[in-house]
Ligand binder design. Structure first.
Ligand code: DHB
Ligand code: FE
Length: 303
């Protein structure tokens, strides 16, 4: 029997309505744990840290004016909630809340992260029916990969100003997902969000990077040229950038530079990748060093 057009269509959920949820912006940032420690220990005004925190001030002001209802926060767990015993490639947090993790010095003194189970389950359903094999997680402590970006963008409030759906991506144990897989997942997440029938403003954040290597003879590696080029291409040509192979990340940006593939999930979810106008660059910032790491940050707003 001949296959019809209908049979070729993927069985995902149908497109959204005008009154549904939408992705308003994407935020990209490094998540160096020393930044969290500097904040928690009251050192953010010290000369070493001041230029770094100053670079996030415009973004904090913008976020005050543009606080979303929900952040879909793409990050990686650093063998904290998971370990070599269990290594999900894409793990979506569907819980009511997520505790700050104890990474060896006690949990960071930051608010508990409130989830959005209804939207998280919807995104899990939509992306799985779109043939992305997500792992559903109903209990997960969140480490510096998630809490440091929250602190950088929201400071030190008593409660986070919005809900957060964590997506933990394996970039710790080879093989991580390809850049293209991440970029395509971003597109599927956009479709999922826009088929949710509540009028929620959703931001998608991509975290980790930029160039850094924490171990071995190349420990301390930083590659400013690669990082700046990555930011340029992320803005202007994410589809092209998504084809960059793992070896180029590792060679150019260090073994932990592979965290940058997560930024492609956020970028793939932006409107222009589904045919809308290019996004507006709200803020771009680059700073070296924070601990052993290059820090990059970008906000793109959908038009
Ligand atoms: C460090 C750890 C990270 O997870 C990261 O993304 C950057 C730096 C660190 O231990 O310095
Ligand atoms: Fe990291």
């Amino acid at each position: 029997m001949a296959r019809t057009e209908e049979q070729h269509k993927r069985p995902g959920l149908s497109a959204g309505t005008a009154a549904g949820a939408r992705i308003t912006a994407s935020v990209y940032t490094s998540h160096v744990p020393a930044i969290g420690a500097a904040l928690d220990l009251g050192k953010s005004n010290e000369p070493y840290w001041q230029p770094l925190f100053a670079g996030y001030e415009p973004s904090k002001a913008w976020l005050k004016e543009n606080t979303p209802d929900v952040i879909f926060l793409v990050y990686n767990d650093h063998a904290t909630a998971f370990s070599l015993e269990m290594i999900p490639t894409f793990a979506i947090g569907c819980a009511e809340s997520f505790q700050p993790a104890d990474e060896g010095w006690g949990p960071r003194p930051v608010p508990v992260v409130q989830g959005h189970p209804e939207l998280a389950w919807h995104i899990a359903q939509s992306t799985i029916l779109d043939e992305f094999d997500m792992t559903i997680v109903n209990k997960m402590d969140v480490d510096h990969g998630l809490t440091v970006p929250m602190s950088l963008l929201f400071g030190q409030p008593d409660a986070w100003p919005c809900k957060v759906i964590p997506l933990a991506v394996n970039v710790v144990q080879y093989p991580p997902p390809t850049g293209n897989r991440c970029y395509q997942l971003g597109k599927a997440i956009r479709k999922a969000v826009e088929s949710f029938d509540q009028p929620l403003k959703v931001q998608i954040w991509g975290t980790g990077g930029m160039s850094h290597q924490l171990q071995g003879p190349r420990a301390g590696l930083i590659n400013k040229e690669f990082d700046k080029d990555f930011l340029d291409r992320l803005i202007a040509d994410p589809a092209g950038l998504s084809l960059m192979p793992h070896i180029d990340y590792v060679r150019e940006a260090g073994s932990e530079g592979i965290e940058l593939v997560m930024w492609l999930i956020a970028r793939g979810a932006m409107g222009d990748q589904a045919g809308d106008k290019p996004p507006r660059v709200v803020h771009r910032f680059y700073h070296v060093p924070a601990s052993n790491t290059a820090v990059g940050h970008l906000i793109l707003e959908n038009n």
